[in-house]
Design a protein around this ligand. Sequence first.
Ligand SMILES: Nc1ncnc2c1ncn2[C@@H]1O[C@H](COP(=O)(O)OP(=O)(O)O)[C@@H](O)[C@H]1O
Ligand SMILES: [Mg+2]
Length: 326
Amino acid sequence: MKFLFIIDDIASLDPTHDSSVAMMEAAQLLSHDVYITTIERLSVVKGRGYAHVSPVSLKPVQKIDNHWYAERDWYRLGDWAFVPMDSFDAVLMRKDPPVTSAYLYATYILDLVDPQKTKVINSPRGIRAANEKMYALQFTSVIPDTIVSQDKEIIREFLREKKTVVIKPLGGKAGEGILLLHEGDKNFNSLVEISTKQGREPIMVQEYLPAAQQGDKRIIIVNGRPVGAVNRIPTKGEFRGNMAVGGTVAPTEITPRDWEICHTVGPQLLQDGLFFVGIDVIGGYLTEVNVTSPTGIREIDLLYNSTVAQTTILEIERFCRSHSHL
Ligand SMILES: Nc1ncnc2c1ncn2[C@@H]1O[C@H](COP(=O)(O)OP(=O)(O)O)[C@@H](O)[C@H]1O
Ligand SMILES: [Mg+2]
């Protein structure tokens, strides 16, 4: 099969950490042809989505002393060509957030890839439907108490009730702009003004979950089912667990409560074409549904000696075959 990965500049990827590289390697290992492109290289011609693509061959990372190691020249590109994206079996949209206008326009181009020939993962409609912070709000039985507002008085009232809250910009990722706020904080007004851009943008305000100190669990969900999980524990002096801000990874398990969350979320994910997703769970509560370019595969495969990357590619193969009309 032919796989196209829409990624950030390949030279900027970290092969020892990025799930996109793990999936490209797995696809190569499973004898698929792997190509890359970027959102800047997408076009529409005569109503058909096209891309400038390059084949890529990878030198797989090696596990040494419980770390991944990559060769300096871990990838090699071939000749670029301008081809219709429906010449691929699967197109994986793996551009990193934030969801900018350019990102959004790329999803509209992906709408013009023939779904009879090619599976786009995640579905461009699904990506547009699922703001990574707001999507979780529909699963009221498994999320912590949360409001979304730009109104200072509503936020103040919620803080009065909860005593400690976490503030989240709706377009953020990797811990950016996440703030911890206690009742009586002298910076309350200013922090809310900064976060809401002077009341012009809503933000998420969520009850603080003390269990976050024990970790923020990332569960990878493929085709509606959990395939692996990793815990991310905040580093000293920090309340955010994100790997990008120094959170350390640790093994964990998928508890009965986690299964319940996955069963709650899974069917909706499938309905929205969200095939490869990373959910965040803190103390048994769903806090975020990552759909753009979730990460965690490398960490999981290192900790457990597992092959989540290959499982993912095999699931994509099955998905492509099951929907094939050829
Ligand atoms: N309700 C919460 N209570 C305590 N800590 C939280 C809460 N929500 C998020 N955090 C912390 O903030 C980090 C980032 O939050 P998250 O909602 O996953 O946004 P993102 O990862 O997109 O920046 C989490 O890893 C966690 O450590
Ligand atoms: Mg997160």
